[in-house]
Design a protein around this ligand. Sequence first.
Ligand code: ACO
Length: 275
Amino acid sequence: MDYQTIKVETADEVTTITFNRPERRNAMNPRMHVEMVDALTTLEYDDGCRVLVLTGAGESFCAGQDLKEYFYDLDEDPSARARARKAAETWRSHLLRLFPKPTIAAINGYCFGGAFTIVASCDFAIAADNAKFGLSEINFGKLPGGHVTKVVNDLLHPRDALYYIMTGKSFDAQKAADIKLVTMTVPRDRLWDEVNDLATTLKEKNPIVLRMAKEAYKYGRDMNWEEAGAWLTAKSQALDAMSGATWKKGVEQFKAGKYRPGLGNYEWKEGDPKE
Ligand code: ACO
């Protein structure tokens, strides 16, 4: 697919998708949603992509849904609206949320409304200290729909969630880190150092173990105690089957005094099956 609204680049097994509508502060129009479905579907099966980073062109991460092209222009066209909504949901709620490799949101500037679902769907979110966040929907007469309220419910304390949902006030990156909307904030000129350090750490892990650990967390969240215990035991056995019980290699290397698991990684690469 010929991308017009995003840029996809891979270097050293780290793929960066850049929302590329800086003249619209990277607001998500219907075309961007379709392109994101295509890009994530392709990257899911691309062994050359070990870590995925999402960021925005210029000084904005993403200004949410395109208020004109997504909301206003499609208001009178229910079928185009339904198609756009389907693509918008598919890439953020399914493809990105359950992406089989680690995902990092590198938040370089504005982050409003629907962009919260991108932040929430990524495993990690690193915000530059100049980034600005807000649930602006109330300011133009809407509620935060399309899973925005749901992710705010999942991530934030009710006091913070209702404050920002109901006031529409914007907040800075330090506040976003304090309320745990993002993993951390860093000075703007350190954003890419921090993202690259994290990507390097993640690339040092065995990818199949990383994938299964992420699935265990994501799918186990809504289970009750008994279900979670039974399912996680089965999941662990599935990992052993898929990885050829790679953990034994780790423990053998520990027994041989080659490393300390509390302080570093085992050597998983040689002969380790990835799938
Ligand atoms: N949808 C459509 N167009 C947008 C959006 C958006 N979400 N955000 C910015 N743009 C457009 C502006 O209309 C403007 O277009 P123009 O040059 O044709 O006039 C251009 O991008 C630049 O925007 P400015 O407002 O001039 O840029 P500024 O840097 O001063 O402000 C800001 C940026 C704060 C992001 C502002 O544009 C804004 O408030 N945007 C709306 C943010 C928002 O409410 N998002 C939530 C949408 S609802 C949802 O996602 C569920």
